[in-house]
Design a protein around this ligand. Structure first.
Ligand SMILES: *[C@@H]1O[C@H](CO)[C@@H](O)[C@H](O)[C@H]1NC(C)=O
Ligand SMILES: *[C@@H]1O[C@H](CO)[C@@H](O)[C@H](O)[C@H]1NC(C)=O
Ligand SMILES: *[C@@H]1O[C@H](CO)[C@@H](O)[C@H](O)[C@H]1NC(C)=O
Ligand SMILES: *[C@@H]1O[C@H](CO)[C@@H](O)[C@H](O)[C@H]1NC(C)=O
Ligand SMILES: *[C@@H]1O[C@H](CO)[C@@H](O)[C@H](O)[C@H]1NC(C)=O
Ligand SMILES: *[C@@H]1O[C@H](CO)[C@@H](O)[C@H](O)[C@H]1NC(C)=O
Ligand SMILES: *[C@@H]1O[C@H](CO)[C@@H](O)[C@H](O)[C@H]1NC(C)=O
Ligand SMILES: *[C@@H]1O[C@H](CO)[C@@H](O)[C@H](O)[C@H]1NC(C)=O
Ligand SMILES: *[C@@H]1O[C@H](CO)[C@@H](O)[C@H](O)[C@H]1NC(C)=O
Length: 517
């Protein structure tokens, strides 16, 4: 008897916790009854409760011309796991119908992890909805090769530390810039960044631990964030429910975001970012792959550092462990009798190396830029002698931290090209990069490959800094090993990495959400 009572109590408890989800579902009735009837089903982020989305949901309803219902299902332990989405969606739609919703016009929105699960569900259930909105989330790379079946609005926050703004930039590149049809891109796959907004500001109230650890300090109020996102979401829903007069507002927002994202876009283009177009490597270039990095080409000019000589470098991407044939090695194809009016035709070889985790999970959590660019260049000595200087001493031409100078010049480029607000914020709160002396030389070739570009977090004069140090390989022209004579290799700091650092990662320590509360 006692035992069975205990079992019954345990079952009751279990049933209670299983039902908890449903009791926390949120249903909002329309606030106006003018336009067509529709519903927005919003998928929560991990550990953010449905009621925490009420301010945003109300802002969408207020701004929309639709007779708009909102349904927000609570998933088991507030975890919008991909396998649970269908059940939650069906349950909330049934509840919306019970409450009086008519018709079949359903749009979806998902916040952060909720957005990741939602897009996966909708790929297989595209007849379920007429539009999708990803909030602090984005269409993943795996859905890029075919047109996604449902129009999708992507909204990112400038100061989103969970879903980084650089990853939103990657979506912008594919949806808006390199789209087969610009008009369709803006109408069906707009991408917008809300300036000054953090990840948590899509919701409200208590901040879950993961968000607290990663997110950045917002520079607009929660009210302003909800109003801005509400206006964007409602414009997109109204548009795809048939009201084309909101298109102008949306396309203006998309264009403004393009201006905002420009420094990031430029830096990633210079790097030769692999998720824009893959490196050509051995394939014949045909416009769908990137031949080489124009950043490396500037690096070679800096390596030469010759005022009178024009250095024309052509870079190509190749895996750094591949040495043959000749094209895979840096080389020089001509020479001059005197430096004045000399143009050197130089060839360099680059491999960009990316974070393994970003290749495995396309989450926006980790930096997406190259953590190092392995750039193989001919030495300064080789360039000088080809330009007509005689008897150049290798120790003088190449025997110092040339990679450091290149990286310093590149860092200065990024500082000079970031937006003013970003630069001010970084200067005031960011942990700065400081260029340190080159490491090595590691002239036994694989050693140079396997020694990564160093980012050492240290304190100098009580201030946190990141010391950036490049392993180098450098060999004189008369090096005993002929095949690797006359080289100067650097692990180059990517401009995109510096931009991501300034826009996002440098801020976490002193300008994170965890410093606010
Ligand atoms: C509701 O919409 C009106 C006009 O569209 C706007 O002025 C107002 O600020 C909105 N209110 C809220 C709470 O979003
Ligand atoms: C709602 O519709 C009216 C009339 O079509 C239009 O003037 C107004 O701008 C619309 N409002 C929104 C928020 O789209
Ligand atoms: C782009 O798509 C629109 C709408 O489908 C169409 O009218 C237009 O002709 C297309 N433009 C190009 C360049 O294909
Ligand atoms: C370019 O080449 C790749 C294979 O190397 C091929 O898949 C692609 O279709 C080609 N693109 C064009 C536009 O020819
Ligand atoms: C630089 O080199 C490339 C490839 O060898 C060539 O096509 C280009 O015309 C050269 N540019 C200048 C300014 O010499
Ligand atoms: C270097 O020059 C040779 C001879 O002029 C030419 O055949 C070769 O294609 C050039 N290499 C490159 C990479 O341009
Ligand atoms: C190379 O130059 C440095 C100073 O720049 C000097 O200390 C060193 O002795 C030189 N080494 C050789 C082998 O000449
Ligand atoms: C910004 O970028 C442009 C183009 O790459 C470059 O010419 C310019 O020097 C950069 N600005 C600064 C201040 O570095
Ligand atoms: C950034 O600031 C500089 C000087 O402080 C100013 O000249 C420039 O116009 C500003 N740029 C923008 C885009 O506001």
């Amino acid at each position: 008897m006692v035992v069975s009572l205990a079992v019954a109590a345990a079952l009751l408890l279990l049933a209670d916790s299983l039902c908890l989800g449903q009791s926390r579902d949120v249903i909002l009735e329309p606030v106006k009854r003018s336009g067509a009837e529709a519903a927005l089903v919003l998928i929560q982020d991990f550990q953010i409760l449905p009621e925490q989305y009420l301010p945003l949901a109300k802002a969408v309803q207020n701004a929309s011309n639709l007779t708009l219902w909102v349904g927000i299902p609570e998933f088991f332990v507030s975890d919008p796991a991909p396998s649970d989405i269908e059940e939650g969606v069906e349950r909330i739609i049934a509840s919306l119908r019970d409450a009086g919703m008519e018709g079949d016009n359903v749009a979806f929105a998902g916040h952060s992890l909720g957005g990741a699960s939602l897009q996966r569900y909708l790929v297989g259930h595209s007849s379920r909805g007429f539009a999708q909105v990803l909030l602090g989330s984005f269409l993943q790379r795996k859905y890029r090769s075919i047109p996604y079946p449902i129009p999708t609005l992507t909204v990112g926050g400038e100061l989103d530390g969970v879903c980084r703004v650089s990853r939103i930039m990657e979506s912008y590149y594919h949806s808006i810039i390199h789209t087969p049809n610009h008009t369709v891109g803006i109408r069906d796959f707009p991408v917008v960044v809300v300036e000054g907004m953090s990840n948590m500001q899509f919701a409200s109230g208590a901040i879950p631990q993961l968000t607290k650890d990663l997110d950045l300090r917002p520079e607009i109020s929660y009210d302003e964030a909800h109003r801005k996102v509400g206006a964007l979401v409602s414009a997109f829903l109204d548009l795809h429910a048939g009201d084309s007069h909101t298109l102008g507002f949306l396309s203006k927002a998309v264009m403004r975001s393009g201006q905002f994202l420009k420094p990031l876009l430029t830096a990633f283009e210079l790097e030769g970012y692999h998720n824009f177009k893959p490196p050509c490597n051995d394939k014949p270039p045909n416009g769908s792959c990137t031949v080489g990095s124009s950043w490396s080409e500037q690096g070679v000019v800096a390596m030469g550092d010759l005022k009178e000589v024009i250095i024309n470098d052509s870079d190509s991407f190749h895996p750094s462990l591949e040495f043959y044939p000749h094209d895979y090695l840096p080389h020089l194809n001509n020479s001059c009798s005197t430096p004045s009016s000399c143009t050197l035709e130089v060839f360099s070889v680059t491999e960009n190396v990316y974070e393994e985790l970003d290749n495995v999970i396309d989450s926006g959590f980790v930096p997406i830029s190259a953590y190092e660019m392995r750039v193989k260049m001919v030495s300064r000595q080789v360039m000088m002698e080809a330009a007509g200087y005689r008897d150049v001493d290798f120790n003088t031409s190449d025997g110092y931290s040339v990679c450091k100078l290149i990286n310093q010049a590149f860092y200065n480029w990024a500082i000079g090209n970031a937006s003013n607000r970003t630069l001010q914020r970084y200067t005031k709160y960011g942990v700065p990069y400081v260029m340190g002396n080159d490491e090595g030389p590691y002239n036994i070739f694989p050693e140079w490959v396997y020694n990564p570009l160093q980012y050492k977090h240290t304190k100098t004069a009580g201030e946190d800094v990141i010391i950036v140090q490049s392993p180098t390989l450098r060999t004189p022209k008369d090096y005993f090993l002929k095949i690797s004579a006359g080289f100067h290799f650097c692990k180059v700091l990517s401009p995109a990495r510096v931009m991501e650092w300034m826009y996002v990662d440098s801020l976490r320590e002193n300008y994170g959400m965890k410093n606010v509360l």
